[in-house]
Every structure is written in structure tokens, then in C-alpha cells.
Design a protein around this ligand. Structure first.
Ligand code: FES
Length: 192
């Protein structure tokens, strides 16, 4: 699914990785390129650095566009087909833009039994994001239902960018996390 990037406004500036659309950007930032080249030095074969390099590129671009994958291939001097194959095999790599605050809700069995569907519904109501539907028009939010987030004993569990929040049964707790995002207290996607 190809979600268009939201417009950047003064009120809702985009996170670094969200700023440039696929058509506008083909190159890694100098920092990301240096990081990937340093990663490549750590392995006997450059191919072994593909996964961490893709992670760096995802952070840099905001998602793994075709341009990002090609940039990784160039940086590691590997065939584009190899990098594309690895990136598309792993569902945890993003192939489309996400919101500044990307909320992944675990809907696996333990969390499902403890109300994950309600959490998805509440987050959608509060933010206007459509689960699985890409970023909201202001670029702030996106919601995705995901597999186990390894906090099964205290679900339902939500990951906002790199922060994991559990015991999301309490509506006030949910509101607190959203408010922390609005205030910029939670690192934006691409800033972790
Ligand atoms: S089932 Fe939800 S965190 Fe494991």
C-alpha cells in the first residue's frame, strides 16, 4: 500500500524521516552513510550488514522507499536485488510513511483477550488515524495492528515509536501517552 506523505505545516512539523518524499530523495544523509559504512567494517562480508544498514536507512528516510533500498545497496556495494529481498522479507521494516507518532497495537492472543481491539478503537477515535491506513492528514499519527510485542503478561500493549506502554486498559493512561506525544515529550519517529 502506498500512502502519500502528509503536508508539513508550522503547527505540525514533520519528523526528519518524513520530510522528503520518495520522488525527491535518493541519497542517504551523510551521517547515515557514515554509519552504514562503519557497520560494514564490523563484518567479514558486507552482506552481513544488510539488516542493520536497512534499519539505519529506515530511520534516516522515515521508511524504506525504493530509493532508500537502492541507497543501501550503493553504500554496501551489494546488488539491489539482495537489499530489496531482505527489506521486503521482514514485515517490521516500513515500506510506506508513518505518522510522527506511529502506534503499534499488539492484537495477539494475550492482548486480544485483554481488550486490544478496544485500544485500537479508542486510539483511532482520539487521533483520527485509520488502523493500517497510513498517517493522518496532519502527519501526527498512524496506527498499526502488530504481532506480539513481548509484554504478554501485562497487555494490552502499545508501542509508540520506540517506547512500549502496557496495561493500556485504563483510558486515562492512554490519554496521558497521547498528551505526551502532543507535547513532544515522546521522541518523534526517526528521532530515536
Ligand atoms: S500477546 Fe501482546 S505483547 Fe505478547
Amino acid at each position: 500500500m502506498n500512502h502519500p506523505l502528509p503536508p508539513e505545516t508550522a503547527e505540525h512539523p514533520l519528523a526528519p524521516g518524513q520530510r522528503l518524499a520518495e520522488v525527491e530523495r535518493r541519497e542517504l544523509s551523510p551521517e547515515a552513510l557514515a554509519e552504514i559504512r562503519a557497520l560494514a567494517q564490523r563484518y567479514p562480508q558486507r552482506m552481513a550488514a544488510t539488516l542493520p544498514a536497512l534499519y539505519v536507512a529506515q530511520r534516516d528516510f522515515g521508511f524504506l522507499s525504493l530509493g532508500a533500498m537502492k541507497a543501501v545497496a550503493r553504500a554496501l556495494e551489494l546488488p539491489e536485488g539482495h537489499v530489496f529481498g531482505v527489506a521486503t522479507f521482514y514485515t517490521m521494516f516500513r515500506k510506506a510513511p508513518v505518522g510522527k507518532y506511529h502506534m503499534q497495537v499488539c492484537t495477539n492472543l494475550s492482548c486480544a483477550l485483554r481488550g486490544a481491539a478496544q485500544v485500537v478503537k479508542k486510539l483511532a477515535e482520539r487521533t483520527g488515524a485509520v488502523p493500517g491506513g497510513g498517517p493522518t492528514a496532519d502527519g501526527l499519527w498512524s496506527i498499526e495492528e502488530v504481532e506480539c510485542l513481548a509484554s504478554c503478561g501485562s497487555g494490552p500493549c502499545v508501542q509508540v515509536n520506540h517506547g512500549v506502554y502496557d496495561e493500556f486498559l485504563d483510558e486515562a493512561a492512554l490519554e496521558q501517552v497521547l498528551e505526551a506525544c502532543r507535547k513532544g515529550e515522546v521522541p518523534a519517529w526517526g528521532e530515536e
